[in-house]
Design a protein around this ligand. Structure first.
Ligand SMILES: *[C@@H]1O[C@H](CO)[C@@H](O)[C@H](O)[C@H]1NC(C)=O
Ligand SMILES: *[C@@H]1O[C@H](CO)[C@@H](O)[C@H](O)[C@H]1NC(C)=O
Ligand SMILES: *[C@@H]1O[C@H](CO)[C@@H](O)[C@H](O)[C@H]1NC(C)=O
Ligand SMILES: *[C@@H]1O[C@H](CO)[C@@H](O)[C@H](O)[C@H]1NC(C)=O
Ligand SMILES: *[C@@H]1O[C@H](CO)[C@@H](O)[C@H](O)[C@H]1NC(C)=O
Ligand SMILES: *[C@@H]1O[C@H](CO)[C@@H](O)[C@H](O)[C@H]1NC(C)=O
Ligand SMILES: *[C@@H]1O[C@H](CO)[C@@H](O)[C@H](O)[C@H]1NC(C)=O
Ligand SMILES: *[C@@H]1O[C@H](CO)[C@@H](O)[C@H](O)[C@H]1NC(C)=O
Length: 900
């Protein structure tokens, strides 16, 4: 469902920036026809040698009107007449080079002859392919530069650190280092980095800056307040720079600003001051996806030149009435989605003739009630309308289908009902994105004879999730351009085979339906797929072997929750981009294919609840991005280990529960989990998006991962939890020996479950250092000694269980441990405390004893079988069964005793 918002978002991006990228507002006039001087020989040579250091390649430039300007450069002509070159009329020195979109391909030479052109005032090399080379430090030699443009479109082609020498350019008026990565590239690779100290020096030295564009350059710091010293600033663009901290409020006092873009920095905080109303030239304000809060000052609505206003995904609050927008006569795009605003609640008649000429209206998750406001239907200029995730109801008005210029319409996640006639939809000739799913109760009138129905055939993205569909709507097969389809959460049993020929598809979500039969191998025809979700259906048979590597663009593969059997696909080709693989909850068996090491992008691998029989896949420890590994409830066996280079570098969640692992837990094994030692919470940020090379991306929030703990099932739904989740679950195995003290150094841990193993010795007092711990389960082992006093300091602990061990002595009385009842402690003969109604001075008999009292047995774990397996078998509804809580642990005990 998330894909529509994201798509719309990409388009938004294009709206905002594509127009400005190729218009070099500052390029000096380069079609000079009159010049008094011939070009200096050494400058001519320098330019020629610069030219020769590149190939010409059409694919090096993104701009469709690019052409190779350097082709006209010839030693026999005056360099001042060359395409893209401008000389000073008096001195004859080259002062401007414009090689933007010139199809140059090659690396930047650190020692390029370019840097001998010290009279240069303007250098524009944007939109070429520099093969991921670095910006040469000698750029600092060009001290006369006023304009420097190294921006890139599409994939970023410059990488590494921006050299500190850039701050020597004290005459700069404009600097553009944007890489307009958008969603076309992977997020972590090859971005430019700018050190905070370099940014500071730049601001200190280049005090005349008017335009500073750094979108997608990783800065990872707070914004220097000194920025407010740059009083000439007109354009500031810092989109997706990983900025955090307080937004310097003084920026809103820079009187000449026309454009402010700080979108998608997530942790940037601040408020909008009333003085923003002084920025009378402001045309673009983009603060989306940050942590801004407070009311939107009224003065903002007096900014008559405002064209774009992107405030979505913040914490803005207060009431906004429709008439407040009447003065914004230029307003073209307005997106207020996902804030805490109350919008347009007075339902009085508005004079619709004075509405701004809005083309883009984003009001998703804005708590809108009732029918679609009628004034929206009067915005005849609209081309995007996003009303996703409100409580809008009633039939979808006929007038909506009269908005002839609509290209995107997202009404998903509301309470609409009634029938949609396809003929009606096909009136919207430009519509490419259509979202009607997410809980609406709509049906489709397809006509009984397909021959005379006109299909809205240009639709590319269609969301019909949760639409109560029992049949696959026929018209979908006729959508020739279909790129993304979500038809999840319906009751569809079969997919017409024609769908497997839709090679345009990049994203296909059929999860949570009633699909039957086998996965047809012809699904592998869908060569462009990046996202394939077939989870939670009734699919049987083998997974087609081509599925691991049929698409070079596949990023997500989810077949969990079916009845699939056999081996999983064995082949994963080198260079694949799989990030998320979920085979869980099927009847799959065999070994994990070693070819999985070819999945260098893999972040998430879940094979739990199957019958895999293998040794510990330590070789997955060489995957540089693997964060989540779940092998729960299979037949893995032997020792857990991580030899040499198999270090599991960013692992955050390791679930090995309910297998046959058997070994002594040593400090060396603990070091397999050293990624769970954290110095800084930020390092845990699990990017909450999965990117892929189409226009669509997937929100990891729509994927669930559940960690279950005996008696407690925590459903860690989506990204929010993954953001801070660090977990080790080794429960229900045959691991023995003492718990090493070093385990207490894994200070990132939030969940630690060692229950139902054969641990002996005492509970390490070092556990007191696990200050993030929320769940600690050590039950059903043979631990002895006292409960360490240090555990009382674990202030976040919500779940604690040491029952059925050989612990003795008093339960520490103060702190967090006093909040747990007897279920957490019972089954330890010599433990005393109020929880157990057993005073510590006298030593009465244990009120609740372990049946047979053989918890001392050195043979280790009390059970041969993990009781969870039994529960799953008996309980039917897994989650319901387990969620009963740990209070019933004792009953399970009895049940098991009966079974054996
Ligand atoms: C750059 O060129 C100069 C002179 O041509 C030379 O002395 C120097 O070693 C070169 N530096 C690099 C990094 O190539
Ligand atoms: C500032 O610019 C001057 C002159 O170009 C230069 O000498 C100095 O090193 C620069 N300062 C920094 C911090 O880069
Ligand atoms: C620039 O800003 C800093 C801190 O905001 C201030 O201390 C400094 O005096 C300012 N410098 C100039 C030249 O205005
Ligand atoms: C702001 O813009 C005006 C008009 O272009 C100009 O005269 C003025 O110098 C600018 N202010 C600053 C601080 O650059
Ligand atoms: C800016 O706006 C504030 C509040 O709206 C006002 O009090 C102040 O005088 C304005 N400053 C300038 C320089 O116009
Ligand atoms: C609506 O606004 C227009 C333009 O300002 C004006 O001419 C018209 O009289 C208004 N209509 C009403 C009903 O107020
Ligand atoms: C506004 O839209 C309604 C339908 O929703 C229509 O009847 C009315 O004529 C429109 N008004 C104007 C001024 O376009
Ligand atoms: C729809 O778009 C076309 C082309 O851009 C434009 O000429 C037309 O005026 C638009 N229609 C409306 C109602 O704005």
């Amino acid at each position: 469902m998330g894909f529509l918002c994201s798509l719309t978002f990409s388009i938004q991006f294009l709206l905002l920036f594509s127009s400005s990228l190729f218009t070099n507002c500052f390029t000096l006039n380069h079609s000079t026809t009159t010049h008094h001087h011939e070009c200096h020989q050494h400058e001519s040579n320098a330019l020629l040698s610069f030219k020769q250091s590149f190939f010409i390649s059409k694919s090096a430039s993104y701009n469709p009107s690019s052409y190779p300007k350097t082709l006209s450069w010839s030693p026999s002509t005056d360099c001042c007449s060359w395409d893209g070159i401008q000389c000073d009329e008096l001195t004859g020195h080259v002062i401007s080079i414009d090689l933007s979109s010139s199809q140059l391909y090659g690396s930047m030479d650190p020692n390029s002859t370019l840097f001998s052109l010290v009279h240069l005032q303007s250098l524009d090399l944007s939109d070429n392919d520099f093969n991921h080379s670095q910006i040469p430090a000698r750029i600092g030699d060009l001290s006369q530069l006023r304009h420097l443009n190294l921006s890139q479109f599409g994939e970023t082609t410059l990488s590494g650190e921006v050299p500190t020498q850039i701050s020597r350019l004290s005459n700069l008026l404009s600097l553009d280092l944007r890489s307009n990565i958008e969603r076309f590239d992977f997020p972590f690779i090859n971005r430019l980095h700018l050190k905070e100290s370099t940014l500071r020096s730049l601001i200190q030295n280049s005090t005349r800056l008017e335009q500073l564009r750094l979108n997608f350059v990783t800065i990872s710091s707070s914004l220097p307040h000194m920025l407010t010293n740059l009083t000439s600033l007109q354009i500031l663009s810092f989109r997706q720079c990983e900025l955090h901290g307080e937004f310097p409020i003084g920026i809103f006092s820079l009187a000449n600003l026309t454009s402010l873009n700080f979108g998608e920095n997530q942790n940037l905080q601040g408020t909008l001051p009333a003085s923003i109303g002084n920025l009378t030239n402001l045309a673009h304000l983009a603060l989306q996806d940050n942590s801004f809060h407070g009311e939107i000052p009224r003065s903002l609505f007096g900014l008559e030149k405002l064209v774009d206003l992107f405030l979505y995904s913040n914490f803005f609050e207060g009431h906004l009435a429709l008439d407040m927008f009447f003065k914004l006569k230029m307003l073209n795009t307005l997106d207020l989605s996902s804030n805490k605003l109350s919008l347009f609640s007075q339902n009085r008649a508005v004079n619709v003739t004075i509405l701004p000429p809005i083309q883009w209206l984003g009001l998703s998750q804005c708590n809108l009630n009732g029918e679609i406001p009628t004034w929206i239907m009067n915005l005849t200029t609209l081309n995007h309308l996003v009303l996703h995730g409100n409580n809008l109801q009633g039939e979808i008005s006929y007038f909506l289908f009269k908005l002839e210029n609509l290209t995107g319409l997202d009404l998903a996640g509301n309470l609409f009902e009634g029938q949609i006639e396809l003929d009606m939809l096909s009136k919207l000739k430009k519509l490419t994105v259509l979202g009607l799913g997410g809980g609406n109760k709509l049906s489709f009138l397809e006509g009984n004879n397909t021959s005379n129905v006109t299909f809205p055939s240009q639709i590319q993205y269609l969301d019909l999730s949760s639409c109560n569909l029992v049949h696959f709507p026929n018209f979908i097969q006729h959508l020739q351009e279909l790129t993304g389809l979500s038809i999840s959460d319906n009751r569809i049993k079969t997919i017409p085979s024609l769908m497997w020929n839709k090679t345009t598809l990049q994203s296909l979500d059929i999860s949570n339906n009633l699909l039957m039969g086998e996965i047809p191998p012809s699904i592998c025809n869908l060569q462009s797929l990046a996202y394939l979700d077939l989870s939670s259906n009734n699919l049987v048979g083998m997974i087609p072997s081509c599925l691991g590597s049929f698409s070079q663009s596949l990023q997500l593969l989810n077949v969990s929750g079916n009845k699939l059997t056999g081996n999983i696909p064995q082949i994963y080709v080198k260079g694949n981009v799989l990030q998320f693989i979920d085979f869980s909850s099927n009847q799959l068996y065999g070994q994990l294919p070693r070819a999985l090491v070819n999945c260098r992008m893999l972040e998430f691998l879940d094979v739990r609840h199957n019958h895999f029989n293998d040794s510990f896949p330590f070789w997955l420890g060489s995957l540089p991005k693997l964060k989540v590994l779940s092998l729960r409830d299979n037949e893995f066996h032997g020792a857990i280990m991580c030899p040499l280079k198999y270090t599991f570098p960013p692992l955050q969640i390791m679930d090995l529960s309910q297998n046959g692992f058997s070994m002594k837990l040593t400090s060396e094994i603990i070091m397999c989990f050293k990624s769970m030692i954290i110095s800084n919470k930020r390092q845990l940020d699990f990017k909450d998006e999965i990117y892929f090379s189409g226009n669509v991306f997937i929100d990891i929030d729509s994927l669930s991962f559940s960690m279950s703990n005996k008696g407690v099932v925590m459903d860690y739904l989506g990204g929010q939890y993954l953001h801070h989740m660090v977990a080790i679950d080794l429960s229900c195995n045959k691991i023995y020996g003492e718990i090493p003290d070093t385990m207490g150094s894994l200070n990132g841990l939030v969940v630690l479950n060692l229950s139902n193993n054969m641990f002996t010795g005492s509970i390490p007092s070092s556990f007191g250092k696990l200050s993030n711990l929320e769940v600690l389960d050590l039950s059903l082992n043979s631990l002895s000694g006292n409960i360490p006093q240090q555990l009382t300091g674990l202030t976040f602990l919500d779940f604690f269980n040491v029952s059925f061990n050989n612990l003795s002595g008093p339960i520490p009385e103060n702190g967090q441990l006093s909040t747990f009842d007897d279920n957490s402690f019972k089954g330890n003969k010599d433990l005393c405390g109020i929880q157990l109604l057993k005073k510590c001075e006298d030593h009465p008999k244990l009120p609740l004893q372990k049946p047979d009292g053989d918890q001392d047995s050195e043979s280790g774990s009390f059970f041969e079988l993990c009781w969870m397996v039994i529960l799953i078998g008996y309980g039917g509804g897994l989650v319901a069964g387990l969620a009963l809580g740990n209070a019933f642990a004792i009953d399970v005990y009895r049940l098991l005793k009966k079974i054996f």
